[in-house]
Design a protein around this ligand. Structure first.
Ligand code: PEP
Ligand code: MG
Length: 324
């Protein structure tokens, strides 16, 4: 049984009827990355870099960041790595940034919206990423994007930092730039973003929070926060179809990817990748290898026609989507 698990962890994520779904890992450190690849991750789908900035008195400098990003790329040995630029604000404040307390921080200055207020800090991260990109294939993504202008502004900054590195004769390389789809407005406008972004990753934690208008950390409304809401699947279906129509790669990196009840629907969506915690990777690949993608697509269509979450959950519980 151990050997069987070991083999499963080395295999590529694939359904019983041979539909590919890359199984990647969410990480917050170099050690996490090493453990993820040990566990059979096919890539890193989300490196939450804000963790490097937290619980300290001053931010990490360019060299420190460069060493971390480079070590992650080295651990990946050529497998795809997506690094997310720091996602500070919301529930993750920082002492050394001049934050004013916000009444509604999740709708406030967080993610990409914060960068103009700490531009030097953001440029430092971009330089570290550009330098690390010469150590392996790198994809970088931005959190909390809600309008195309934000992406255009970041692209301008990247161009400027590339020129500066070039002029200083510092080795660097370019990376592909994508965005998280976690604000419903951006998800609905995915076709517009296709002209600007190289790839997408759905952030199901925030997308669910903003779509259903439920604070993801408030226990008083926890019963309203669930992935079984048909509206979420209607949106996800539309988003994946449109991204693929424009030839764009699209993954998902929120907690939804870790909930085994919904794996048939994620497969049915036709996503290119899902990213989850390393501890879940082998189990996920095993479950995936028993699923029938054709039946999962049909199940997704039924779910999109449901009236409420209860109907969705009972459909999932009674569905026959596995190979016998
Ligand atoms: C998400 O919102 O789904 C996500 C992956 O980002 P975070 O949980 O860090 O906000
Ligand atoms: Mg998020």
């Amino acid at each position: 049984r151990w050997q069987q698990l070991q083999q499963q962890s080395l295999l590529a994520g694939c359904s019983a009827d041979q539909q590919r779904l890359e199984i990647a890992a969410n990480i917050t450190s170099v050690t996490d990355a090493q453990n993820a690849f040990q566990a059979g991750a096919e890539g890193i789908g989300l490196f939450r870099t804000e963790m490097l900035f937290m619980e300290r008195d001053a931010p990490p400098d360019e060299e420190e960041q460069y060493q971390v990003y480079r070590a992650v790329l080295q651990a990946a040995e050529g497998k795809p790595v997506i690094i997310r630029t720091f996602d500070i604000g919301g529930d993750k404040p920082l002492d050394y940034l001049p934050f004013t307390t916000e009444r509604n921080p999740y709708l406030g200055l967080r993610g990409v919206r914060l960068y103009p207020y700490c531009e030097a800090l953001f440029r430092t991260q971009l330089r570290a990423l550009l330098r690390a990109a010469s150590d392996g294939p790198l994809k970088v993504m931005l959190p909390m994007v809600s309008q195309p202008e934000e992406l255009l502004w970041v692209q301008q900054l990247i161009t400027e930092e590339e020129s500066a590195l070039h002029a200083a004769l510092i080795p660097h390389a370019s990376f592909s730039l994508g965005i998280m789809l976690e604000v419903p407005a951006a998800a609905l406008q995915v076709s517009t973003f296709c002209a600007l972004a190289d790839f997408f990753s759905i952030g199901s934690n925030d997308l669910t929070q903003y779509l259903l208008a439920v604070d993801r950390n408030n226990p008083r409304v926890a019963r309203y926060y669930h992935y079984a809401h048909p509206a979420l699947w209607l949106l996800l279906q539309q988003v994946v179809i449109q991204a693929h129509q424009h030839g764009r790669w699209i993954g998902l990196c929120g907690e939804l990817g870790s909930d085994r009840r919904f794996l048939p629907l994620l497969l049915g969506l036709g996503l290119d990748e899902i990213s989850l915690s390393s501890a879940r990777i082998t189990e996920c690949k095993t479950q995936l290898s028993q699923l029938h993608a054709g039946r999962c697509r049909q199940l997704l269509r039924q779910v999109c026609g449901c009236e409420n979450s209860e109907q969705v959950l009972s459909l999932l519980a009674s569905s026959q989507v596995s190979e016998p």
